[in-house]
Design a binder for this molecule. Structure first.
Ligand code: C2G
Length: 457
C-alpha cells in the first residue's frame, strides 16, 4: 500500500492570483504530495488561450516559489494528462469546477475531483485592469482586411478602431458597413495623428517602405505583410529605425506564429531524424483563378510567396551560403521560381513558389535517420509526421487550429507590446532579414539577367 497520496492539477496561472492560490491549497489538502502542471505557450495558444501575458518560465517560477507545491512540470499537449497519471503514479486529479465533466475520461486512471472556483477574480480581469487596450489602425483596404478584423476579435487586448486607405469612397463605404471600424481616413498623417498605438499594413508591396517609415517615426508599432521592403538597405534602415524609436516592427508571416509550427521546430531539435540534410517546401497559389487583379500578380511569385518556404528553411538550416534561382517569367515578372540554397555542413534548401503552376503544397525535412512530412497546406501547420525506414517507429503530431491562423500572429504582436518586448523569438529581426534577402537577391539576379540580355542583343 502507498502511504503517500499524490495529487495533480494543471493550469496556466497567468498573473498568479488568489483564485489560483485557493485552488492549489484545496488541491494539496486532498493528499500529501502536490504536482502542478503549468501549460506552455504553444499548448495554450493551440487550445485557444491567446491572451496570456507571462512567459512559461515566469509562470513556472511563480508556482515553484509556493512552499506547499512539491513538484512543477510543464504541460505541452492535450494527451499529456493521461500519460502523467501513469508516469507520476497519481491518485487524485483536481481542477476547478469551471471544468466539470471535461476530465471525466481520467477516471479510468485516477479519482477526479472538481473543486469550487473562487468567484470575482480571474487572469482576464487582472489583465484588463493592469494593461491598457492596444488601439490599432489598419493601413490598406484589401481582400484580407476583413479577416484581420475578424481574427483580432479573438485577441482581447487589442482593439482595431480605424482604417486608412487612399480611396476615400472605399473607406467611407467600408466604415459605413463595418460594425467594428467606425473611423476612416484617406490622409495618412491625420490617421497617424490619432491615439492608435499600432498599425497593420496590407498594401501593395512597393508602398510598404514609405508607410512603415512614417508610422515608425510617429512612434507606432508596426505589423506589415511580408516582405517589409523590396530593397536590402531599406529593410535594415527600417529595423534600426524601429529600434531607435523603441517600437516593434514585425513581418506578418503568419506561419511563424502558429502553435504547431513552433512545436515542429522544437521536436526537430530533439534529433530523432538524425542530422538534417535538406529542407524542401512548396507554396503555390493560382491567384488569377481567385480573381486577384493583374497588378497583384505582377508583383511576382517570389515577392508574394517565397517568405513562407524561406521561413522554414531559415529556421531549420540557418544562414545560407549560396543561392540559385530557376525562374519562369511572363511579361517580365516571375510566375514560378525554384530556389535552391546551400547552408552550413553542405545542407540544402529547396523552395518552390508559383502563381501560374499548381503543385502539392507540402514540406519535407530530411535527415540521416528519418524525415518529417508536413502535409499541404504546410504553411497553415496543423499536423506533421515523423517517419523512419522502420515504419512501425513513425509517429504523428496534430494540433487544433482555429480560424485562418491570423489570430496567433495578432496575439504574439499584442503580447510583445504588453510585455515591453521589441523583438519576437518566433520571428526575430535576423530571421526577417534572412527571409527578405532571398527576395532581394532574386531581384538583383533578375536585373543582372536583363542587363546581360540587352548586351547580347
Ligand atoms: N481557478 C479558480 N478560481 C479562479 C480562477 C481560476 O479556482 N477565480 C482555477 C481554475 O479552475 C484552474 C486553475 O485555477 O483549476 C488554473 O486556472 P487557469 O490558469 O485559468 O488555467 P486553466 O485554463 O483552467 O487550465 O491543462 C490546463 C487545464 O486543463 C486548465
Amino acid at each position: 500500500m502507498k502511504n503517500k497520496k499524490t495529487v495533480i492539477t494543471y493550469g496556466t496561472y497567468d498573473m498568479l492570483h488568489e483564485g489560483h492560490m485557493n485552488l492549489l491549497r484545496r488541491a494539496k489538502a486532498l493528499g500529501d504530495y502536490l504536482i502542478v502542471g503549468v501549460t506552455d505557450e504553444n499548448y495554450d495558444r493551440s487550445r485557444g488561450k491567446l491572451n496570456v501575458v507571462q512567459s512559461t518560465k515566469k509562470r513556472v517560477k511563480a508556482i515553484e516559489a509556493l512552499d506547499f507545491v512539491d513538484k512543477v512540470i510543464v504541460e505541452k499537449h492535450k494527451r499529456q494528462k493521461a500519460q502523467d497519471m501513469v508516469k507520476y503514479d497519481v491518485d487524485i486529479f483536481a481542477i476547478g469546477d469551471d471544468w466539470v465533466g471535461a476530465f471525466d475520461y481520467l477516471k479510468e486512471f485516477v479519482h477526479v475531483e472538481y473543486l469550487p472556483r473562487t468567484e470575482g477574480i480571474s487572469s482576464t480581469k487582472l489583465r484588463r485592469e493592469n494593461f491598457d487596450l492596444i488601439k490599432m489602425g489598419i493601413v490598406g483596404l484589401g481582400r484580407d482586411t476583413q479577416s484581420f478584423i475578424d481574427e483580432a476579435q479573438y485577441v482581447s487586448n487589442i482593439k482595431v478602431s480605424r482604417i486608412y486607405a487612399e480611396d476615400f469612397l472605399a473607406v467611407k463605404k467600408f466604415t459605413k458597413e463595418s460594425p467594428i471600424i467606425k473611423y476612416g481616413h484617406d490622409n495618412y498623417d491625420e490617421f497617424l495623428d490619432t491615439p492608435i498605438q499600432a498599425v497593420y499594413i496590407d498594401t501593395s508591396l512597393k508602398k510598404h517602405y514609405t508607410l512603415i517609415k512614417k508610422a515608425l517615426l510617429a512612434g507606432k508599432h508596426v505589423l506589415c505583410e511580408n516582405p517589409i521592403a523590396l530593397d536590402g538597405k531599406e529593410l535594415k534602415e527600417l529595423l534600426s529605425l524601429a529600434k531607435k524609436q523603441k517600437v516593434l516592427l514585425l513581418s506578418a508571416l503568419k506561419t511563424a506564429f502558429l502553435p504547431a509550427f513552433n512545436q515542429l521546430l522544437k521536436e526537430i531539435k530533439k534529433g530523432d531524424i538524425g542530422e538534417i540534410k535538406e529542407v524542401r517546401a512548396t507554396r503555390t497559389s493560382l491567384y488569377r483563378e481567385k480573381n486577384y487583379p493583374d497588378s497583384f500578380l505582377e508583383q511576382g511569385a517570389t515577392n508574394i510567396l517565397s517568405g513562407y518556404p524561406s521561413l522554414l528553411i531559415h529556421k531549420i538550416l540557418g544562414k545560407r551560403k549560396s543561392i540559385t534561382f530557376f525562374d519562369q517569367t511572363e511579361n517580365g515578372y516571375d510566375i514560378s521560381n525554384l530556389i535552391i540554397s546551400t547552408h552550413k555542413n553542405q545542407t540544402v534548401g529547396v523552395a518552390r513558389v508559383a502563381t501560374a503552376a499548381k503543385s502539392e503544397g507540402d514540406a519535407v525535412i530530411s535527415g540521416t535517420k528519418g524525415y518529417v512530412y508536413i502535409p499541404a497546406p504546410w504553411w497553415l501547420t496543423k499536423e506533421f509526421y515523423f517517419r523512419f525506414e522502420d515504419t512501425h517507429k513513425s509517429y504523428k503530431f496534430s494540433y487544433e487550429f482555429e480560424g485562418c491562423g491570423l489570430r496567433y500572429m495578432i496575439a504574439e504582436f499584442a503580447s510583445l507590446i504588453q510585455r515591453g518586448k521589441r523583438t519576437s523569438k518566433m520571428l526575430s529581426p535576423s530571421d526577417m532579414v534572412s527571409i527578405s534577402r532571398v527576395i532581394l537577391d532574386y531581384n538583383e539576379f533578375k536585373e543582372k539577367n536583363k542587363k546581360s540580355k540587352k548586351k547580347d542583343k
